[in-house]
Write a protein that binds this ligand. Structure first.
Ligand SMILES: [Zn+2]
Length: 416
C-alpha cells in the first residue's frame, strides 16, 4: 500500500515552524504579515520543487496543482492554513497543508498518476486573529462572503485586507469564486482531548457542530456600595452570576455534546465601590444537532428571563451570529473510514468542535476531515504538540482517501 514518508513530512513541519518561531517553542504567523509571507514563499517553493504549478487567487489563497491524466476533470482539493494565532503552535493548519504536499511527494516517488488533478490550497486568514471573521479565504472561495466585503476588512491598525495582500505580494489574479471542486479533504489536529483520552489514533470527522453566539445585557441600578442595603439593590452582577450558575445546570441536560461558554463579561464604568448597574456578557452555544441547540437556547432565554424578573433587572438577549450544524459528505466520510480501516489504525467518528475551512467547503463541494490527537488536547497554545507517528498516520489516511477519490491510474516505476 502506498504510504507517505513520515520523516520527510516531520522535517518539513519543523522547518516551517522556524518561520515566525517564538522563544517558547510556538509560532506567531499572523495572516499576511512578513512571517506569513515567508511561510507562503517556502510552501510555494516546495510545491514547485515537487513539480506543481502554483497560482494565487484574488483573496490570497495559494493553490498548487499536480496534474491528473484528465485535465478536464475538477480537482480533488486538499488544504488548510499557514497562518497562526498570536501565540500559536507548530501544527494547527500547517499540518493539513504540508500533509498535502507530502502526499504529492509520495506520489512522485512512486511515479503514480491520478485521473483527476490534485490541488493543495493554503487558505488566507483562517485564524481570524488579524482580520475577523475567521476562515475568510475559504468563505470568499465558496461564495459565503463577497470578495469586496472581505477586501475591505481591516485589522486593529486599520490596515485593510486588500492593502495587506498588496504589501505581501499575495494579491493574485486567479478568480477567487466560481471554481469547481470535485471534493475537499482536510487533515487537522483535533484541538481537543477526546482522541487522546480514548486512546484513538484517527478521528473520522462526520461534520461540524452548530454554533450560536448570543449577547446578553442586564441593566439594574448603579448605587453606592456602602449606603445601599442589600434588599434595595438591583445588582446586575449578581443577576449575571445566578444566570451563569443556572446555565451550567441547564447544559448538563444536554451532556456530553451540549456546550455553553460565557467568554466575555463587561461591566461598563465598573468601580470597586459601586454596585454594577449594567453587565453585558457573551454566550457561545454549541451542539452537533440543530434542534438540540434550539432547545438549549430556549432554556437559556427562560433562565435569563426568570432571574431578571426575580431581581428586578432589565434583560436584553440578541443573536450575534449563528452557524447551523454542517454534516460532511457521506461518500467522502466513507472514503476516509475505508482508508483508516485499510491501514488498520484505531479510529472513531467525531464531530468537529472548532470551525475549519472544511465547514465552508462542505457547503460548496463534497468534503470530509481527518483528525489526529494533539498532546494534552492543547491548541492555540505555544505548547501545542503532536506525536510523529500520529502525524504520519493522519497523512496516510489522507493519501488513501484522496487516491480513492482522484482515481489511481498506475505507476511508471514499480515498488513503493
Ligand atoms: Zn486550524
Amino acid at each position: 500500500m502506498l504510504q507517505v514518508n513520515g520523516e520527510r513530512l516531520w522535517a518539513s513541519l519543523m522547518e516551517m515552524a522556524q518561520v515566525g518561531a517564538t522563544a517558547r517553542g510556538g509560532v506567531r504567523r499572523l495572516a499576511l504579515t512578513d512571517e506569513d509571507r515567508r511561510s507562503r514563499d517556502l510552501f510555494s517553493h516546495w510545491c514547485r520543487d515537487a513539480g506543481m504549478s502554483v497560482s494565487v487567487d484574488q483573496v490570497g489563497n495559494v493553490f498548487a496543482r499536480r496534474a491528473g491524466l484528465d485535465a478536464e476533470q475538477a480537482p480533488v482539493l486538499i488544504g488548510s492554513h499557514l497562518d497562526t494565532q498570536p501565540e500559536g503552535g507548530r501544527f494547527d493548519g500547517v499540518y493539513g497543508v504540508l500533509a498535502g504536499l507530502e502526499l504529492v511527494r509520495a506520489l512522485n516517488d512512486a511515479g503514480v498518476t491520478t485521473r483527476k488533478p490534485i490541488d493543495i490550497v493554503s487558505w488566507t486568514n483562517e485564524e481570524g486573529a488579524r482580520f475577523t471573521p475567521a476562515m475568510l479565504g475559504s468563505a470568499v472561495f465558496t461564495g459565503a462572503t463577497p470578495l469586496a466585503e472581505a477586501l475591505a476588512k481591516s485589522d486593529v491598525q486599520g490596515i485593510t485586507l486588500a492593502d495587506a495582500l498588496d504589501s505581501s505580494g499575495y494579491r493574485g489574479m486567479r478568480a477567487a469564486t466560481g471554481n469547481t471542486v470535485d471534493a475537499y479533504f482536510e487533515v487537522h489536529i483535533e484541538q481537543g482531548p477526546v482522541l487522546e483520552n480514548n486512546g484513538t489514533t484517527i478521528g473520522v470527522v462526520t461534520g461540524g457542530q452548530a454554533i450560536r453566539w448570543l449577547d446578553v445585557t442586564l441593566t439594574g441600578v448603579a448605587a453606592h456600595a456602602g449606603t445601599t442595603p442589600m434588599r434595595y439593590r438591583k445588582d446586575a452582577f449578581f443577576a449575571c452570576a445566578q444566570i451563569a450558575a443556572e446555565l451550567e445546570q441547564i447544559v448538563e441536560q444536554y451532556a456530553p455534546r451540549g456546550l455553553i461558554t460565557i467568554g466575555q463579561v463587561d461591566i461598563p464604568n465598573s468601580s470597586r465601590n459601586t454596585i454594577a448597574g449594567q453587565i453585558a456578557f457573551t454566550v457561545d452555544l454549541r451542539h452537533p444537532d440543530d434542534a438540540q441547540l434550539d432547545a438549549m437556547e430556549r432554556d437559556l432565554r427562560g433562565a435569563c428571563a426568570r432571574v431578571a424578573q426575580a431581581r428586578g433587572v432589565n434583560l436584553q438577549v440578541s443573536t450575534y451570529w449563528s452557524s447551523p450544524a454542517t454534516p460532511f459528505d457521506p461518500v467522502c466520510v466513507a472514503l476516509v473510514a475505508q482508508a483508516v480501516e485499510a491501514l488498520g489504525y484505531s479510529h472513531e467518528r467525531i464531530v468537529s468542535g472548532a470551525g475549519h475551512d472544511a465547514i465552508h467547503l462542505a457547503r460548496h463541494c463534497p468534503s470530509a476531515m481527518v483528525f489526529i490527537p494533539c498532546v494534552d488536547g492543547l491548541s492555540h497554545n505555544e505548547a501545542e504538540d503532536a506525536l510523529p507517528d500520529d502525524v504520519t498516520r493522519g497523512a496516510n489516511v489522507l493519501l488513501g482517501a484522496v487516491l480513492a477519490r482522484a482515481g489511481l491510474i498506475g505507476r511508471s516505476s514499480p515498488g513503493e
